[in-house]
Design a protein around this ligand. Structure first.
Ligand code: NAP
Ligand code: GDD
Length: 407
């Protein structure tokens, strides 16, 4: 019998990468998805197989972390060996607007799932993973943060996740459940939700490069995060549940960058050198220089070839005359264009200014370490959003309506 896993939050970024990984490992994967008025399974549609076929190992069940009876029934019907509790209202800023709902789904939802195991007498059968977070460190007590660093959450989301963390520890100690907390630092990917800062930036950069929008707005440019790639981080979740003993682990790269650095790096990918002018709410990001060969390659979709070529040779080959549409300020982003502004709407009532994790314990216990660098992450995200922007550009050129989907 293949091992069975149940993933809550399977339609999210991590759920999709984890489902892929577990299917590769031979698991049968059950996911819980919410009922929505429109399709919400984009990230896992490629894994879906008609359940009438033979050998299908991927199944979806309707459910919600706020519905205890539903969770009990789904656990009973799917009989998982491993449960990965990834479902959450995961947006920190939104948690200030919906604090009670966030506590209900993120804190009590975790309790409901753990109780389901007890009610069904499955405490010794099932291994349990809780998606804990570096947001619990909040107003950080030490640098870098490790498993022993005290928590000081700075948002309703962070506070709810602290409850989720401790109830997981408590059920492990009280009932002997193989339950582990992954204290994951920020991790991103091309399928990151569009309203988290990294994806918001890479989408905007791609759309600005294609001429689909002129500028975009951000909040605090100076907060610092330890950004890794989701593909690396779901491997850590899986490894935690393969250990003989449960435990709590920091999963991070050990390096941090500011939002400002992310912006500069992402624009750099499409050949735009940005400079910042002004201060506070008046600060703007202005195009300083455009590397035309790289910019054109990004627009055309030849960026990989351009990057593979020797930089010097590419620059020599890329005479301005070979990009007639983009010289003399005719391109969509001539030097001097303001492409980034500040909007106080995106500041949080209480901010987490600086996070960086120490993943030594995970490396020593089960050999985990991040393999994808910050530069590779930004490159992959921008490249993917350029594909989407080119598709939108093409559709709009052919007369189809293209929605902007901006916050
Ligand atoms: P995400 O993309 O926002 O996905 C969240 C998932 O939870 C989605 O499938 C969402 O469903 C589902 N969900 C939300 N509320 C639910 C409810 N009440 N009942 C059932 N499902 C619900 O988040 P992610 O980035 O994949 O993160 C996965 C988990 O890790 C979350 O718990 C998050 O808090 C935690 N975490 C994330 C990071 C990070 O940097 N990504 C770091 C540390 C911890 P819909 O698709 O229908 O909205
Ligand atoms: N979302 C967003 N939008 N953030 C912005 C913006 C903006 O326009 N401008 C600046 N920021 C800053 C935020 O203030 C924050 O300091 C930083 O960018 C990162 O914000 P997010 O990308 O929204 O992520 P987060 O760090 O708040 O939370 C994410 O990581 C946590 C792990 O530390 C989420 O994935 C959480 O679910 C996760 O637990």
């Amino acid at each position: 019998m293949p091992r069975a896993a149940l993933i809550t939050g399977i339609t999210g970024q991590d759920g999709a990468y984890l489902a892929e990984l577990l299917l590769q490992q031979g698991y049968t994967v059950h996911g819980i998805k919410r009922r929505a008025s429109s399709f919400n399974t984009d990230r896992v549609d490629h894994l879906y197989a008609d359940p009438h076929q033979e050998g299908v190992r991927f199944f979806m069940n309707y459910g919600d972390m706020t519905d205890a009876t539903n969770l009990i029934r789904v656990v009973q019907e799917t009989q998982p060996d491993e449960i990965y509790n990834l479902a959450a209202q995961s947006h920190v800023q939104v948690s200030f607007e919906t604090p009670e709902y966030t506590a209900n789904s993120d804190a009590l939802g975790t309790l409901r799932l753990l109780e389901a195991l007890r009610i069904l007498g499955m405490e010794r059968k099932v291994r349990f993973y809780q998606a804990s977070t570096s947001e619990m460190f909040g107003l950080v007590r030490e640098m870098p943060q490790r498993e022993t660093t005290p928590f000081y959450p700075r948002s309703p989301y962070g506070a709810a996740k602290v409850y989720g963390y401790w109830i997981t520890v408590n059920y492990r100690e009280a009932y002997g459940i193989h339950a582990s907390n992954g204290i994951l630092f920020n991790h991103e990917s091309p399928i990151r939700g569009e309203t988290f800062v990294t994806r918001k930036i890479t989408r905007a950069v791609a759309r600005i490069a294609l001429g689909l929008q002129e500028s975009f707005y951000l909040g605090n440019l100076d907060s610092r995060r330890d950004w890794g790639h989701a593909r690396d981080y779901v491997r850590a979740m899986y490894l935690m549940l393969q250990q003989d003993e449960p435990g709590d682990y920091v999963i991070a790269t050990g390096r941090q960058h500011s939002v400002r650095e992310f912006v500069l790096r992402a624009f750099g990918e499409v050949g735009i050198k940005l400079r910042f002018e002004g201060e506070g709410l008046e600060e703007v990001g202005v195009v300083d220089e455009v590397d035309l060969p790289r910019f054109s390659a990004a627009r055309r979709g030849d960026l990989a070839a351009e990057l593979a070529a020797d930089d010097g040779a590419a620059a020599a080959a890329g005479q301005a005359g070979s990009h007639p549409a983009l010289i003399d300020g005719e391109g969509p982003v001539p030097p001097g264009s303001v492409v980034l502004r500040i909007d106080p709407r995106y500041f949080r009532p209480t901010e987490v200014e600086s996070l960086v994790g120490d993943p030594t314990k995970a490396r020593e216990r089960f050999g985990w370490q991040a393999t994808i660098t910050f530069d590779e992450l930004v490159r992959e995200m921008v490249a993917d959003d350029l594909v989407a922007a080119r598709r939108d550009d093409l559709l709009s050129a052919k007369g189809f309506v293209v929605r902007e989907f901006r916050e």
